[in-house]
Design a protein around this ligand. Structure first.
Ligand code: 9PG
Length: 876
């Protein structure tokens, strides 16, 4: 009997084998104290069906679709006593064809936690130097079971690349706000173990059942794409709120911090209203510093003497959406809430839970936490959110949300920690209503999918590149406010944007004073925000902002809007460093390339933009946001040197999915120039030569040579004839449309360059072409074949098949269109193209061969059909 659920295989990524199913549980339902022994471990098989695993009966279902498997599981306490289920796990082994310096996404628990590429070495997750309390701020598990020593750890989801840029596996728990997902990883010789645990930490009565969180694993050629697909699936399942419009904002925090007052807010409101045409901010959000005490969100301190209501009204009357910051679960001893409802707070074993320490929020620094598993506390959350929205605050920044999911004694011990948080979030949503914009911050990521519209995906930015010396707590450095920390996470979590919510990369400061950031560092943050397409919130004192810094803010907003529309950027080599080296985004006509240097040494970045599907033409990349031009640019290869902390952003033309090749005589032009002239000036010889051509004694080009080389045709007479040549009525518009859409258009002609040049002048039209050469020698024609192709039996001087195949070698993914009317030179071109528009003898020739083509009368027909084809290929 097969011990395993099906093994998954991928052509490049190798095999993924199911290894085991396991449970961590305790024999009694009481929560463990600090010194309690570790839970028991029971193992079963990872295969569909029902089985006994320890005292539990477990049912597993597996749905494999191609290179992606989703597991659903449920269990029942089969014992006659209450048990405590700590965790449920599924274990896999990944065997890629080759494992060389593998790296993975080391992903932390909440908004501010580290996310970035990390070596999958033998050492495992580095020990946390500051104790389990602080570890538990950034990891789902404050302590890991002892059997995980030497394993690496990622919260929610991770991806592993077998080698730099190599094939990858992606594995994650599709959290729905019921249990907490952690992925443990370990390298074992030529394979990688991946174990996905979901932590429930809750009692189960005898006979009680529980539906697990689904788990998803996938193999693929690229980690970045796997993460995007995973997030898309997760978002669909969890009902992600990912469709809110892009709305630039302004936030008080990164300029005024705790000292914000009414005057500075109103001053900025006025400046924002005056600047609306150039800096189109829509949301004005007051941050921390207005409240009387943390916990009493509807009451203001002395710096806001009029209270919140007039502020919301003034912001709204100035034409903005009012926004406000709250830390809805946080309560300081100085607050009214604390005095009146100490029983609403989470407890530790020895008294109230001191969730976090914050020197500016309370005299003693300790901050307590509302317990959302307690009905009256939850009701309070709902009413507070409703009251803020009723005042006009349609945008709520909900901060320090992880506190609700810290390990504690809660009123309802049957809820897991994330279920407790989720209850609280759901209450806030219920109070705020469906139309309010909720921004999660300091928030465990998985539990909030489906509740929040926006999510901070990194640590606080700061008006300084690095963390402040005084703040450095061992182990917390990568999570503390610093421009560099924000940048790292913005790139490492870009794949969540518009799949789980709108990503918030944190505010952009463009100011030149009141900051330690250099102009280059400011640009780096602007480039990261723009390139990933997330939310864009400014945080400068606008009246004091210099004109060029305002322009940078305006430019970043505009780009972020466009890149959001284009679906955001995809990081380059996401796992290879902790700060990704770049990001690339694609629109229909434009592409964008951002390159970053998150390190301390000057680096050189070399990019083949064609390999990224960008830049068909030879036009140089357009530098954006004051980026310097690339140091080198040649045929799609771009090189740029970046100083420490520097970034650049370029706009490139998108490689269009379509290219058009068009015959000239009888197709682009109404008349057939060559044969009309031949008939007129070499009438007698022509008939005989034509017979030899049709009998196959002459090739098309030999026929031309015999007929036209040396032909005495006075230049004035040629000119008079060319003056009579008309273009197809749709020709001009076809060329204009191609140019507008960035679709390469090229005339392929077995006629002559001199005539095509002259006709372009006469008709004031411009197109690229391939054609044979014609010059005058003593008043007679001398002709020369330009692109003969001995490998083709067309026998022409410019083999259309040869030209099309050369193009295809360079751009293998482009759909190639050929338009023609003749059976001699056009047939081989038509056979080499993907889509053919034909009339006259070409249409007959193709019909005889039962080849597919589109019939056309004029090039108007062709343009209309190409418009549809392009829309189809661009996926719109
Ligand atoms: C207001 C701020 C801003 C900011 C939030 C959040 O680790 N820490 O000590 C830490 C302190 C503050 C902090 C994040 C982490 O900032 O992200 O945008 O609203 O609160 O107090």
């Amino acid at each position: 009997m097969n011990r395993h659920a099906a093994v998954m295989r991928h052509a490049e990524a190798g095999r993924l084998e199911p290894v085991r199913l396991f449970l961590r549980y305790r024999d009694s339902d009481t929560p463990p104290r600090g010194d309690a022994p570790e839970p028991r471990l029971a193992e079963g098989w990872l295969r569909p069906g029902t089985q006994e695993v320890g005292p539990f009966r477990v049912r597993l279902a597996c749905d494999i679709e191609g290179e992606c498997a989703t597991y659903e599981l449920s269990l029942r306490n089969g014992a006659e006593r209450p048990l405590r289920l700590e965790a449920l796990g599924l274990g896999f082994r990944w065997r890629p064809p080759r494992l060389a310096a593998p790296r993975f996404l080391r992903q932390g628990w909440q908004s501010w936690s580290f996310a970035g590429g990390w070596p999958l070495d033998e050492v495992g997750e580095p020990p946390f130097p500051s104790g389990p309390w602080l570890r538990g701020f950034h990891r789902g598990l404050a302590r890991v079971p002892s059997d995980r020593s030497g394993w690496h750890e990622a919260d929610l989801v991770t991806a592993v690349a077998a080698a730099p840029g190599g094939p990858a596996v992606c594995a994650g728990v599709l959290e729905s706000g019921r249990a907490l997902g952690v992925v443990f990883l370990r390298r074992e010789d030529a394979s990688v173990r991946l174990e996905l645990e979901q932590w429930w930490e809750r009692p189960l009565e005898p006979g009680a059942t529980l539906e697990g969180e689904a788990v998803r694993v996938a193999l693929g050629a690229e980690a970045e794409r796997l993460l995007e697909a995973h997030a898309a699936d997760h978002g669909r399942r969890a009902g992600a709120r990912n469709g809110a419009p892009f709305r630039p904002g302004w936030c008080s925090w990164y300029q005024f911090f705790h000292e914000v007052d009414e005057a500075s807010l109103l001053r900025n409101l006025e400046a924002l209203a005056a600047a609306r045409e150039t800096i189109p901010v829509e949301v004005v959000q007051l941050d921390d510093g207005y409240q009387r005490a943390v916990g009493d969100w509807l009451e203001t301190n002395a710096r806001f003497p009029r209270g919140l209501a007039p502020l919301a009204a003034e912001i709204r009357d100035a034409g903005f959406v009012p926004g406000i910051w709250v830390a809805p679960f946080c309560v300081v001893p100085e607050s009214q809430l604390f005095a009146s409802h100490p029983d609403w707070l989470l407890r530790a074993e020895d008294g109230l839970l001191r969730g976090l320490y914050h020197g500016q929020w309370s005299r003693e620094g300790w901050v307590h936490v509302l317990d959302p598993s307690h009905d009256p506390a939850r009701d309070h959350l709902l009413r507070t959110a409703a009251a803020l929205v009723a005042l006009g605050f349609q945008y709520l920044k909900l901060d320090f949300l992880y506190t609700a999911a810290l390990t504690a004694r809660a009123h309802d011990p049957t809820l897991s920690r994330v279920a407790r948080l989720r209850r609280g979030l759901d209450a806030i949503r219920a109070g705020a209503g469906e139309d309010a914009f909720l921004l999660g911050c300091g928030c465990p990521l998985g539990a909030a999918v489906g509740v929040v519209d926006g999510m901070r995906i990194g640590p606080d930015t700061a008006p300084a590149w690095d963390t402040v010396e005084a703040l450095r707590i061992p182990g917390l450095e990568p999570t503390l406010p610093a421009a560099r920390n924000a940048l790292r996470n913005t790139l490492a979590r870009a794949w969540m944007h518009r799949r789980l919510w709108q990503n918030d990369p944190d505010c952009l400061m463009t100011r030149g004073s009141d900051t330690e950031l250099s102009a280059a560092e400011v640009r780096t943050l602007a480039v990261a925000a723009a390139a990933t397409g997330g939310m864009l919130v400014l945080s400068d004192d606008l009246p004091a902002l210099a004109p060029e810094r305002r322009a940078l803010a305006a430019g970043t907003i505009e780009l972020a809007r466009r890149l959001d529309r284009a679906g955001g950027g995809r990081p380059l080599a996401l796992l290879e460093d902790d700060v990704a080296a770049g990001a690339v985004a694609r629109g229909t006509r434009d592409g964008w390339l951002a390159l970053f240097n998150g390190g301390e040494e000057r680096v050189r970045r070399d990019v083949d933009v064609r390999a990224l599907g960008l830049q068909p033409a030879d036009a140089a990349p357009e530098p954006l946001l004051d980026s310097p031009p690339p140091g080198e640019w040649k045929e799609g290869h771009l090189a740029v040197e970046l100083d420490a902390h520097e970034a650049v952003l370029y706009r490139l033309r998108m490689l269009p999915p379509l290219a058009v090749f068009c015959d000239f005589d009888g197709t682009f032009a109404v008349q057939d120039v060559g044969s009309t002239l031949a008939r007129r000036y070499a009438g007698a010889r022509r008939a005989a030569l034509w017979d030899r051509l049709t009998r196959g004694e002459l090739t098309a080009w030999e026929y031309n040579l015999e007929l036209l080389d040396g032909l005495p045709l006075p230049e004035v007479e040629l000119e008079a004839f060319l003056q009579t040549v008309q273009l197809d009525p749709g020709a001009r518009e076809l060329v204009a449309w191609c140019e507008h859409e960035g679709v390469p258009f090229r005339v392929l002609s077995d006629g002559f360059d001199r005539n095509l040049d002259r006709l372009q002048e006469l008709h004031r039209i411009r197109f690229d072409y391939d054609a044979n050469r014609l010059r005058y020698e003593a008043e007679a024609w001398r002709i020369e074949a330009a692109h003969p192709n001995p490998a083709c039996d067309c026998g022409t001087g410019t083999c259309k098949r040869g030209r099309i195949e050369a193009f295809r070698r360079e751009y293998p993914d482009v759909v190639i269109v050929h338009i023609g009317n003749g059976r001699v030179s056009d047939l081989c071109g038509a056979l080499a193209a993907d889509v053919v528009f034909a009339k006259d003898s070409l249409a007959e020739a193709l019909a005889e061969r039962a080849m597919r083509f589109e019939h056309f009368e004029t090039l108007y027909d062709v343009r209309a059909a190409l418009e549809r084809l392009l829309a189809h290929l661009s996926g719109s």
